[in-house]
Design a protein around this ligand. Structure first.
Ligand code: PAF
Length: 284
C-alpha cells in the first residue's frame, strides 16, 4: 500500500488532530530521505511504540554549511516512499521549502554546550539548522515520540537538550547505529564512496573498536587515540577531522576515569566525510 503523502502543514495538522481526538499516540521519524536500513529500523521502532507514525522527508538547507554538499545530497522521494510502503507508516510529510521557511522567517534556535566542538566546530551553523528544523518538525507533527539514530550522537544530544529546554512535550528515543556486516555505519553518504573507498571505510569503525577496548582495559586515552588516528590514515582516509573521547550525555571532556564515555570521530575518505561513535565498554 503506498503511504499517503502530504506536503502542507495544514493537511498534516488536520490529520494529526483527528488521530489525537481518537486518543491515538503519534511517533515521528524525521529524515532527509535517501532512506537506508538505519532509517527503516527507526520506523520499525516508531511503529512498535506509537499508534500512528509519520515519516518526514525534508532536505534542510539550513543545516548544510557547504553548498556543494547540499547540491550533492541525494533526492530520492519515489524510492523512499517505496521503501516505506511495506511498513506500518501512516503518513509521509514532504514539506517544500516555503512550508518550512516562509518569506520573512527569522528565527534560529541555537543550543549551547552540546552543539559546540566536534561536528559543531567543523560544520559552523550545522546544529543551529538541525535544532531549528527539528523543533519545527516536532511542533508541526505534534508527535508524542521522535526517533533518532545514535550514529549522529551529537545531534541526538542537541535534540534532547532542545526539547528539555523548550518544554516540547515529545519523548526523544535514540536507537542503535545499524552497521554493514563489515562494521561500516550505514549512512546516505556511503553511496558516494568509490569501490576502493568502500573497501577502506570499515577501518573507521574498526579503529574505534580497538581504541574503545584499549581504553576500557586501562590504556591511556591519548595513546589509544593516537593509535586509532594512525590506523585510520593508514587505511586510506585522507584526514581525521576529529577523534575524541567525551562524556556520553553532555559531550564534555572526560575528567574522571570510569564515567560513561564515548569515542567520536569524523574523517574524510576522498570527498566523503564519514562520522561514527562508540561507547567505552564498562569493565567488570
Ligand atoms: O539526521 C537527519 O537526517 C537530519 O539531521 C534531521 C534530524 C532529519 C534534521 O534535518
Amino acid at each position: 500500500m503506498p503511504v499517503p503523502t502530504v506536503r502542507s502543514r495544514t493537511e498534516l495538522r488536520a490529520i494529526v488532530a483527528g488521530w489525537k481526538a481518537a486518543g491515538e499516540t503519534v511517533g515521528v521519524v524525521p529524515t532527509m530521505g535517501a532512506l537506508h536500513a538505519g532509517h527503516l529500523s527507526l520506523v520499525e521502532a516508531a511503529t512498535a511504540g506509537s499508534d500512528r507514525v509519520v515519516v518526514t522527508l525534508f532536505v534542510n538547507p539550513r543545516q548544510f554549511n557547504d553548498a556543494a554538499d547540499l547540491a550533492a545530497y541525494p533526492r530520492t522521494e519515489t524510492e523512499d516512499a517505496a521503501k516505506l510502503a511495506p511498513l506500518a507508516v501512516d503518513l509521509l510529510y514532504v514539506p517544500d521549502g516555503d512550508q518550512m521557511y516562509p518569506p520573512g522567517f527569522a528565527t534560529t534556535i541555537s543550543v549551547a554546550g552540546v552543539s559546540e566542538g566536534l561536528c559543531g566546530t567543523h560544520r559552523p551553523g550545522h546544529f543551529d539548522g538541525v535544532a531549528t528544523v527539528v523543533a519545527k518538525l516536532l511542533l508541526q507533527t505534534g508527535a508524542d515520540r521522535a526517533y533518532f539514530g545514535e550514529k549522529d550522537w551529537q545531534q541526538l544530544q542537541v535534540v534532547r537538550r532542545l526539547v528539555t529546554d523548550l518544554d516540547i512535550p515529545c519523548e526523544i528515543v535514540g536507537r542503535p547505529t545499524v552497521r554493514e556486516a563489515d562494521g561500516l555505519a550505514l549512512s546516505s553518504r556511503n553511496l558516494r564512496l568509490t569501490a576502493a573507498e568502500r573497501a577502506s571505510a570499515p577501518a573507521l569503525a574498526q579503529a574505534l573498536g580497538v581504541a574503545a577496548r584499549a581504553i576500557a582495559g586501562g590504556t591511556a586515552p591519548a595513546t589509544a587515540l593516537d593509535a586509532a588516528r594512525a590506523a585510520i590514515l593508514a587505511a586510506g582516509f585522507r584526514e581525521v577531522e576529529y577523534l575524541d573521547l567525551r562524556r556520553d550525555a553532555d559531550l564534555a571532556p572526560v575528567e574522571t576515569a570510569g564515567e560513561p564515555a564515548r569515542l567520536l570521530v569524523a574523517a574524510w575518505l576522498g570527498d566523503v566525510r564519514l562520522i561514527d561513535n562508540l561507547p567505552i565498554p564498562t569493565v567488570g
